[in-house]
Each structure stands twice: as C-alpha cells, then as structure tokens.
Design a protein around this ligand. Structure first.
Ligand SMILES: *Cc1c(COP(=O)(O)O)cnc(C)c1O
Length: 412
C-alpha cells in the first residue's frame, strides 16, 4: 500500500534486557544442520515433554477441568497469587509433619519456571549473585543475567551421583550472594540426593545465612524404592522456597500451572520477601483460574499409579540405556535414580573426527536419525543427555544406533 517506506527512519529498537535473554538450547541447536538420515525414522531423545512421547492426560484430570469449566464459576479474575481453592489443594498435597503447609504458604505461578522467576525477582538486585548447579538448565541463565543477577555455577560431581561439590560451592559465596538454588531430583542428571547430602547443603546455607530456592518439580517422581526428600522436610532453620508444577506430574507442561511452597523457618521471609512475592505476582495475575480451579480434584483423584507408570517407563529406559551404552567404547553412562533423564559422558579424545558434543549430536542425527541434546545446552560439554520416556523397543533401537555410530567413529 502506498509509497515505499524508509524502514530505517522509523526503527523501533528492543530493550537491552530483552536482548540479553539467551536460551542455550536454541543457541546450540538452532542454526545447526539437523538433517536426519532419510532412510531412518527419527528417534527423539531430546525433549523432556511427556506429550511428545505419547503420554496422555489421565481421565480424572480431564474430568476435573471439565467440571471447572461447566461450573461457570471460574471465568473471572482471581487473586494474583492464586485462587484460595488452588492454594489449599497444593498445600494439602505437599504438607507433611516435618514441613507443614497451609494455603497462606502457597503462591501460584505460571509453571515452575514462572515460580523460579518470581523468586529471583524478589530475592536479587542487579550485581548480586545466585549459586546455580552446573550442568544447568537454560532458563537459569535466561532468567538471571538479563536482570543483572549473576549466576555463579557450582559443580555437580558425576562420580558421586551428581552431588554438589560443597567446598567449591562455599568458595563462591560472598557478601553479594542472595540464595542457593538446588535442583533435586535433577534435570538433566536424573540424580536424587540422599538425606545426608541435603543436610550437608542445608549446613552450608545456614552457615552463610542464605535461603534455598529448591527446584523440586520432580518431587514424587523417583524410581521405585528410591527414597527422596523435599529439602524443607529436613530444614530446621534455613528458609526454603520450593518451586514445583503440574507439568511433569500430569504430563501437561503446556498448561503452565506452577507454585512456590514457602517454608519460612523462623519467619525470616515474613517481613519483606513474602509481601514482595505477593506484589510481584500482580505483574501477570497468576495462572489460568480455570486450571487452578481443577487442582483440588486433580490432587484428590489422580491415582498415584499414573505417576508411577511414568517412572516405570523412565526406569526401564534407563536400565536399557545403561546396559547397552556402558559397553560402547568412548561412552560412559551415569545411572539415574529419578526424573526422566540420563547423562552420558563422551570421551572425545577417542573420536578423531568429532571435535565437540555438539558435533556428536549433528552427526548422530544425520547418520542415525537419533536426536539427543549435547552437554553444551547445559553448560556441560563432553556429555550428552538422553530423555527416558520412549518405549523400551525404541530405546533399544536408539542405543543400537548409538553403538553403531560410536563403533564407526571411535578409535580406541
Ligand atoms: C521441566 C522443568 C521445569 C519447568 O517447568 P514448567 O512448569 O514447565 O515451567 C523446571 N525445572 C526443572 C528441573 C524441569 O525439568
């Protein structure tokens, strides 16, 4: 329409903050030529979204949402920190005698990511730092750096079931440190911490008077007979902001329902942090009221067997992958005990024509149509991450292809 406009004369710039947002998965994967082998079907072990792997929503969950919709009672706005009934349901599901919760201790958020983002907003000023585990998830970088918070990465030790290197963690702490982030059970490592290790982390936090932000979206999602402890159940004196969500538990990551459980040991959060969380929650006015209203029924009626079944698939895949890959020259798998991931070390020195795990990903896709993510996505080169949610047959097929790939490229 009309004359040609001079685009540069009316250029609309984006903010500096927005331009600092980096998604390491996109950064690493996009722009790579991820062409599959045309003769082989793709086996996707890259994405931790259960719906991609054929997991369907349990009937009781659908029923709960239908009920909320049909009631015509949840179309309006609710409190920014969440509907009373939703907070009550989340509190009831997570409460325990060691870590009691009521609806007043819950803040609803847009997914677990939104819950973590609220915590970072309220706890940190520009220039201050947060301790974050590495291997790390992309959103820990993209939700801290743009607002001027400095992520300081503490190491997880693969040969000690991915426990935190507490000595190194402690060296990172200074007067500008505002919190320690603990991801347990872990994505991408699939590890589940022992009671003793959690107590040791709490001791570091207590010594330095730091709160813990716990990413516990995989609480209750551990392999059979693997005990797991929400860190708040062990904390006597350290305040815990535990973030979680419905996405992995019910295979509905797209619903964006999450929460913060506030375990305010000795009322250290009461004066400023909790009132500020309530203020910040007003920025997006909470997650969908319709889905919040379904939570009481979801938590009441969803059978534990549904969650157990997800873990049965993950554990079976882990056992296959460990057995098949531990005998492959150049690879070292690390056995997970929870969540839905496995990390595998790649001895790059034995692969003369592969210079990085990014290249490993590319070549594995183009030759074998197996899609994994390289450690570079998690600031952890030299490893690859497998998602453990596909059928046993497909997992066997994927491992067979990885073995052939390594046999072709590895020079012992
Ligand atoms: C998937 C995942 C999240 C993101 O959860 P959403 O509810 O989808 O925002 C957060 N933390 C970990 C460890 C995850 O694996």
């Amino acid at each position: 329409m009309g004359e040609e406009q001079d685009v540069d004369a009316w250029f609309i710039p984006a903010s500096e903050e927005s331009k600092k947002i980096i998604n390491t998965i996109k950064q690493v994967v996009d722009g790579r030529k991820l062409d599959k082998n045309p003769d082989k079907d793709v086996l996707n072990l890259s994405i931790g979204d259960p719906t991609v792997h054929g997991f369907t929503v349990h009937g009781t969950v659908k029923e709960a949402v239908r009920g909320a919709l049909n009631s015509d009672s949840f179309n309006g706005l609710g409190p920014a920190h969440g509907l009373f009934c939703a907070r009550q349901a989340v509190a009831k599901y997570h409460t325990s005698s060691e870590a009691p919760l009521t609806e007043d201790d819950i803040i609803m958020a847009s997914g677990c990511t939104g819950a973590l983002d609220l915590c970072f907003t309220v706890l940190g000023n520009p220039g201050q730092n947060l301790l974050i585990p590495v291997p790390t998830l992309p959103f820990y970088t993209s939700t801290t750096i743009p607002r001027g918070l400095v992520p300081r990465y503490y190491n997880l030790l693969p040969d000690r079931q991915w426990e935190a290197d507490l000595d190194q963690m402690e060296q990172l702490i200074d007067k500008d440190t505002v919190a320690i982030v603990v991801v347990n059970p872990s994505n991408p490592c699939g590890s589940v911490y022992s009671k003793q290790h959690l107590l040791d982390i709490l001791a570091v936090a207590e010594k330095h008077s730091l709160p813990i932000i716990a990413d516990e979206i995989y609480t209750n999602m551990t392999f059979k007979d693997q005990p797991s402890y929400p860190i708040a159940s062990l904390s006597k004196n350290v305040p815990i902001l535990s973030c979680g969500g419905l996405g992995k538990l019910c295979s509905v990551p797209g619903w964006r329902v999450g929460w913060i459980l506030l375990h305010d040991r000795n009322q250290r959060l009461k004066k400023e942090v909790i009132p500020s969380l309530l203020l910040v929650a007003q920025k997006i006015l909470g997650p969908s009221t319709l889905l919040q209203a379904a939570l009481p029924q979801i938590f009441d009626k969803l059978p534990q067997s549904y969650i157990d079944q997800t873990m049965v698939v993950a554990k079976a895949d882990a056992e296959i992958a460990y057995k098949e890959l531990s005998v492959v020259a150049g690879l070292k798998p690390y056995n997970p005990t929870g969540a839905m991931y496995m990390m595998v070390g790649v001895e790059l020195s034995k692969f003369p024509h592969i210079s990085s795990t990014v290249e490993f990903m590319e070549k594995l896709m183009s030759e074998e149509s197996v899609f994994i993510l390289p450690g570079e996505c998690f600031k952890y080169p030299g490893f690859i991450r497998l998602v453990l949610l596909i059928s046993s047959d497909k997992m066997r097929e994927a491992c067979g292809r990885i073995r052939e790939f390594c046999n072709r490229h590895c020079q012992a």
